[in-house]
Write a protein that binds this ligand. Structure first.
Ligand code: SF4
Length: 63
């Protein structure tokens, strides 16, 4: 069991917050945020991105 972080690409407005807070996990590609490295930062830091995303586009997906 575990979890991965995902992004709702339809909801993302490319504000850049997640890529700024956790640049080892998220980056902007073609006008949308993507997760390029699940292991790039701590769960706490990723949670900060989840909590800070203005459109709630980032979420944990339980495996
Ligand atoms: S914080 Fe949310 S809206 Fe902003 S780039 Fe990341 S996923 Fe997109």
């Amino acid at each position: 069991m575990g979890r991965i972080v995902e992004i709702d690409r339809e909801a993302c407005i490319a504000c850049g917050l997640c890529a700024s807070v956790a640049p080892q996990v998220f980056r902007l590609e073609g006008g949308v945020a993507v997760v390029y490295n699940q292991q790039g930062d701590s769960g706490e830091t990723i949670q900060q991105c989840i909590d800070g995303c203005p459109v709630a586009a980032i979420y944990w997906k339980e495996l």
